[in-house]
Design a protein around this ligand. Structure first.
Ligand SMILES: Cc1cc2nc3c(=O)[nH]c(=O)nc-3n(C[C@H](O)[C@H](O)[C@H](O)COP(=O)(O)O)c2cc1C
Length: 205
């Protein structure tokens, strides 16, 4: 938990979260970044494959280059850190043994890994990485709420050139990048929520 602020409930975090694009200067304590990413890592994923990976960019020079890859969106350089959320099915499939729950019998473990290879092995790289990116957006939702709960504002961004981000950070060609997330203490209020009423988007059946 953030050292300075009480943690918000999920509902409070959802209500208070807004995209923030101007941040207070000063680094984020590593313990706070870890707390946010640990909560994020609890996100669910199909077959519990957890294909998400994170690079926390805090070095000003690297952030400046990241901003160039993100159409110079000002929040990239304003935020003390930018989290690059990417998904990597090649890494996931190469390390399936790490996903076997402790205590699983070798037979069941083999059944699991064979099943996963059977599903994703025949797919094209395009298909499986697209699938993994979808899982990555679940992590994005968790991250935005976890950050808010710990007293940090965020700005999720889809506006960037993935190939430039990959080159900058030395990421493999196969990976997808669901979002960049600027994170830090808010220095603006953001825009009040404007959302569909529930009656417009939900119904019973
Ligand atoms: C996946 C995703 C990508 C986004 N990309 C950008 C972006 O590149 N630049 C930006 O300024 N805002 C971006 N946004 C922020 C949205 O515009 C914002 O979430 C939306 O207008 C609702 O406002 P709020 O976040 O303040 O509630 C993105 C949001 C999401 C979830």
């Amino acid at each position: 938990m953030s050292a300075t602020l009480p943690m918000l409930s999920v509902t409070e975090a959802a209500r208070h979260r807004r995209s923030i694009r101007v941040f207070e200067p000063g680094p984020i304590p590593q313990a706070d970044l870890d707390a946010v990413l640990e909560a994020t890592s609890l996100a669910p994923s199909a077959f519990n494959l957890q294909p998400w990976r994170f690079v926390v960019v805090s070095d000003p020079e690297t952030k400046a280059k990241l901003a160039e890859a993100a159409y110079r969106q000002p929040q990239v350089t304003s935020a003390p850190s930018v989290i690059v959320l990417y998904t990597d099915m090649a890494d996931t499939l190469a390390t399936l043994d790490q996903l076997v729950r402790p205590g699983t019998t070798p037979e069941k473990a083999e059944k699991f890994t064979n099943m996963i290879r059977g599903i994703y092995g025949p797919q094209t790289e395009e298909q499986r990485e697209t699938w993994a990116a979808g899982q990555g957006f679940i992590a994005l939702g968790f991250l935005l709420l976890a950050a808010q709960a710990h007293g940090y504002a965020t700005s999720p961004m889809g506006g960037f050139e993935p190939e430039k981000v990959k080159a900058l950070l030395g990421l493999p060609a196969n990976v997808r990048i669901p979002a960049l997330i600027a994170i830090g203490r808010a220095a603006e209020e953001g825009t009040p929520h404007h959302r569909h009423p529930l009656s417009r988007i939900a119904r019973t059946a």
